[in-house]
Design a protein around this ligand. Structure first.
Ligand code: ZN
Length: 378
C-alpha cells in the first residue's frame, strides 16, 4: 500500500460510518416486528386476511383476524383498527377487545392492524416516534406507530394520478397507498387494493351485519369526535349517539357522502349488505399544525400549537390545554362499539350481539388503558 495514512483514514471513516449506521439500521428493522397481541379468553379462532383472499398470502398486507364467537347464534360485528397506523386509538381499542371481550351471543370479528404494511415505516420528515409504551399493572406494553399509507417499499412507484378502480374517481397519486381510498379494492391491483379486497371478502364471507372502521383525526379536520355512516346504518347510528350521550360521550353523526368514493363507510355499504360506518376520535399527532411529534403528544394530545389555533377559531373541534388522553380516546371507541352491539340487539333481537368483559367508559377514564392489557408470556 503506497499511502498508509490514507488507508488508516479510510478505515477510521468506515468504522465511524458503521457506528452511526448500526443503531439506525437496528431501529429501522425493529419496526418490521409486530407488537405482541394476547388472544384473550373470548377468542375462539384466529385466522389471516389471506384466508378470505389468497392473493394476500405471503405479502406484507396479510394480517391477523380474531374471531370471538358466542354459544348462542346472533349477528356479526366487524371492527377494523389501524386503517391509518398514525392513529393509535384504533389499534389500542382493537387490542382491548381481543384481550378482554367474551361474546355470549353472535360474533365479534376484529382486525387490529388493517394496514399492517403501514406499521413497517414512519413518514419521512415528520420526526414521528416508531413505537410507544403503555404503562400496565405489571410493567409496560409496547405498540408501533407507523405511517398513514402503505409502506412505499411494498408498493412502488406511486402513479402521478390515482384512479379508484370501482368508480374511476381521480385523486393525488399518493392516495393509492391510503387504505381508506381504495375500498372495495381489487384482486389484481396494488397491495393496498388487495388489502381492501381482502376486507371486502371478509365482510361478504362472514356476513357482517355491522362493519366499523376506527380512526383518529386532528382538531382542524371537519370529521372529529364523529361517526360517518352509510345510509343503511343511519337509524342504528342515531340510536347509538343517544346511548353514548347517556354515558357522557358527545358524538356527531354525519351521512356518508355518496360521491366521495373509496371510503369504507361508502364502499362497504354499497358493495355488501353490511351496515358500514367510520368513527373518529381526536389526535393532533398527524395534523398539519402540531408541535414536536413526541410520544407524550401521541398519548395525551396536549399540544400548544393546536390550543393556539383553537383560540383563533381555526379548528373545528375546540382543543384545550387539557388535551385528550389516550384512555378517553380508546374509551370512546370501545364504548361506541358496545353501544352498536346493544343497539343491534334491541332493534333486531335475532341478530343480537352480546359482549361481556369490557370496561365501561368511566372505568377507562379512571383506570387507564394499561389496566386492561394482558401480560405477555415469556
Ligand atoms: Zn384515519
Amino acid at each position: 500500500m503506497k499511502n498508509p495514512a490514507a488507508v488508516r483514514r479510510a478505515i477510521v471513516l468506515l468504522v465511524l460510518g458503521a457506528l452511526y449506521a448500526t443503531p439506525a439500521a437496528i431501529a429501522f428493522i425493529r419496526q418490521w416486528q409486530p407488537e405482541p397481541i394476547v388472544a384473550g379468553p373470548g377468542v375462539t379462532k384466529q385466522v389471516m386476511l389471506s384466508d378470505y383472499f389468497k392473493g394476500l398470502r405471503g405479502t406484507p398486507g396479510d394480517t391477523e383476524v380474531y374471531i370471538l364467537e358466542g354459544r348462542e347464534p346472533g349477528g356479526t360485528i366487524l371492527v377494523l383498527g389501524s386503517t391509518h397506523p398514525v392513529e393509535p386509538a384504533g389499534l389500542l381499542a382493537s387490542v382491548i377487545l381481543v384481550e378482554n371481550a367474551v361474546v355470549k351471543k353472535g360474533r365479534l370479528i376484529i382486525v387490529p392492524r388493517a394496514n399492517k404494511s403501514g406499521y413497517t415505516a414512519t413518514e419521512p420528515g415528520q420526526g414521528y416516534p416508531d413505537r410507544y409504551e403503555i404503562k400496565t399493572d405489571f410493567g409496560t406494553r409496547w405498540f408501533r406507530f407507523g405511517m398513514r399509507n402503505t409502506n412505499p417499499i411494498h408498493q412502488w412507484p406511486d402513479p402521478d394520478v390515482y384512479t379508484h378502480y370501482a368508480s374511476g374517481q381521480k385523486l393525488a397519486g399518493a392516495e393509492c397507498g391510503n387504505l381508506n381510498r381504495c375500498h372495495p379494492g381489487h384482486p389484481n391491483g396494488r397491495l393496498t387494493d388487495k388489502i381492501a379486497y381482502g376486507i371486502y371478502q371478509l365482510i361478504k364471507q362472514e356476513n357482517a351485519d355491522i362493519s366499523i372502521d376506527l380512526h383518529e383525526a386532528p382538531p382542524c379536520r371537519p370529521l372529529v369526535n364523529a361517526i360517518c355512516a352509510h345510509e343503511r346504518a343511519m337509524d342504528l347510528s342515531a340510536y347509538v349517539t343517544v346511548l353514548l350521550e347517556e354515558q357522557g360521550i358527545k358524538i356527531r353523526l354525519e351521512a356518508s357522502p355518496k360521491n366521495l368514493r373509496g371510503l369504507s363507510h361508502r364502499e362497504w355499504g354499497d358493495s355488501t349488505d353490511t351496515m358500514a360506518l367510520l368513527m373518529e376520535t381526536t389526535s393532533p399527532m398527524h395534523g398539519p399544525l402540531h408541535g414536536p411529534a413526541t410520544v407524550d403528544l401521541l398519548l395525551t394530545a396536549k399540544d400548544d400549537v393546536y390550543v393556539w389555533a383553537s383560540k383563533l377559531g381555526r379548528t373545528v373541534q375546540k382543543h384545550t390545554e387539557r388535551g385528550v388522553p389516550i384512555e378517553e380516546r380508546v374509551g370512546r371507541h370501545v364504548t361506541a362499539i358496545m353501544c352498536y352491539a346493544q343497539a343491534l340487539s334491541e332493534m333486531n333481537p335475532e341478530k343480537g350481539v352480546v359482549i361481556e368483559g369490557i370496561p365501561s367508559y368511566q372505568e377507562f377514564l379512571k383506570n387507564g388503558v394499561g389496566h386492561y392489557l394482558k401480560p405477555i408470556a415469556e
